[in-house]
Design a protein around this ligand. Structure first.
Ligand code: GUN
Ligand code: FE
Length: 434
């Protein structure tokens, strides 16, 4: 079938710099070609070498002053919180009660859910995010609306219906039985339909009874390739609350562990304040952390210690956590991740940041065979980045001395304006209009 070659500078991540060193962690072609056919990467490399091995008459699209890279992967975000981003003044528990729960109530209306799902997915595309792990609301129909829109765009998404049967307003509660049945119906309808995948989604330990957490564990036992997503150790008050609700457990993580919610497809957002023993258990169970820098700063939650988690061999991805987070942009998210590591005297190299936002995210979501970089055979989700998106970026880039400096400037100054085009499964789904 019809193949297209895209010619520009190309950069993508090949491995974790912490494991293989910086030099072996990426590939860069100053004049590169990416060949895409049937939604997959067919070839990649230096332009002349790649073009020489392609059949004659291949269509070539050339980009000037652009950088092609693989799509960004956001490992934690709430689509129903799109229109409450930047809500003033509160930390986690008051923020949930005062802003979040009333906003999520609106999703009882299916038309509202469909409208926000559309806005949300368009915003992801504008920001170069091609895969995300997404919370819905407690309403089953919110997740139907989400997957319907995501499937239309052919985006590889993981999402789930919130399970929440206590400590929230009545209008947002399900029950252990209905939460189980609704989740099961959604799994049957959407899991592995096209590029859609399901995540069992207990909101966090305080809003589920033991019966409901146990039902979540049962779903995971019944479907071995379904995901689990929740929140963990984000805020000090929250942690004390969990300890008081589950006094028989060793700590916050042990609540989830007791109900069988840990594992290689389990993603825990935040994990800012883990005890030593919890770090060990995360690594041992191969569970994943989603590091959400803009949210941790905005909600005043705390500083995530990335090297400490790596010592425990915990897989870590980056998340925006919109609407607790303040930006859809993974570039802005990287910039805040960098500053959070700086506050703890750690360095975050731009190649490590690139890894976290792409291949590391894919590994966190067990999607490394499908997305995360532009290796031959992977699904062709890629970006055309504009390193000269603003006058300031242009001036600063001209004063950058090598690829790493350019990449770092892109990460510190870049946002949606730096995304010139976003391709999903080989199709251009977003083009900036100037
Ligand atoms: N903990 C429980 N629910 C939420 C939520 O919606 N956002 C964040 N940031 N933390 C949570
Ligand atoms: Fe969250």
């Amino acid at each position: 079938t019809h193949a297209i070659a895209y010619r520009a500078a190309i950069l993508h991540s090949l491995a974790d710099p912490a494991k293989v060193g910086l030099d072996a962690s990426y590939a860069y072609y100053e004049d590169g070609v990416l060949v895409v056919a049937d939604g997959h990467v067919r070839d990649i490399g230096p332009a002349e070498a790649v073009l020489a091995r392609q059949p004659a008459g291949l269509e070539v699209i050339r980009f000037e002053n652009k950088l092609i890279t693989s799509g960004f992967i956001d490992t934690h975000i709430h689509f129903p919180q799109t229109e409450m981003i930047a809500s003033y003044g509160e930390q986690l528990l008051d923020w949930l009660n005062n802003y979040t729960f009333p906003e999520e109530r609106k999703f009882v209306d299916t038309a509202h859910a469909a409208r926000v799902a559309t806005l949300f997915l368009d915003e992801l595309l504008r920001n170069g995010t091609t895969t995300a792990m997404v919370f819905g609301t407690v309403h089953k129909a919110s997740v139907d609306a989400f997957f319907t829109e995501s499937d239309k765009r052919n985006m590889r998404m993981i999402a789930g219906k919130v399970m929440m049967d206590r400590h929230a307003p009545d209008y947002l509660l399900d029950t252990p039985e209905s939460g189980y049945a609704d989740s099961k119906a959604l799994i049957e309808r959407w899991h592995n339909k096209g590029r859609q995948l399901y995540a069992v989604t207990p909101r966090f330990a305080p809003t589920s009874t033991a019966e409901q957490l146990s039902a979540a564990g049962r779903l995971l036992a019944e479907y071995d390739d379904v995901y689990m997503q929740t929140h963990l150790s984000e805020n000090k008050q929250e942690i004390e609350w969990v300890k008081s609700l589950f006094p028989e457990r060793k700590g916050y993580l042990d609540v989830y562990d007791h109900f069988g919610l840990l594992g290689e497809r389990s993603v825990f957002a935040h994990a800012v304040h883990l005890e030593q023993e919890e770090c060990e258990r995360m690594g041992e169970s191969d569970s994943v952390i989603s590091f959400c820098p803009t949210s941790n700063l905005f909600l005043g939650s705390g500083l995530f210690d990335l090297p400490r988690m790596e010592e425990h061999q915990v897989r870590v991805g980056l998340g925006t956590d919109v609407g607790g987070g303040t930006s859809f942009s993974m570039l802005q998210t990287i910039a805040e991740a960098y500053k959070i590591q700086q506050l703890q005297q750690h360095k975050l190299h731009p190649l490590k940041a690139l890894y976290l936002a792409t291949l590391g995210g894919a590994r966190s979501l067990r999607l490394e065979d499908k997305v995360g970089n532009l290796a031959v055979g992977k699904e062709a989700d890629f970006l055309v980045l504009d390193l000269h998106a603003t006058p300031l970026m242009q001036a600063r880039m001209n004063n950058a001395h090598n690829l790493f400096e350019q990449l770092f400037v892109l990460m510190m100054l870049g946002d949606d304006r730096a995304i010139a085009q976003t391709y999903i499964y080989g199709e251009c789904r977003y083009r900036r209009d100037h």
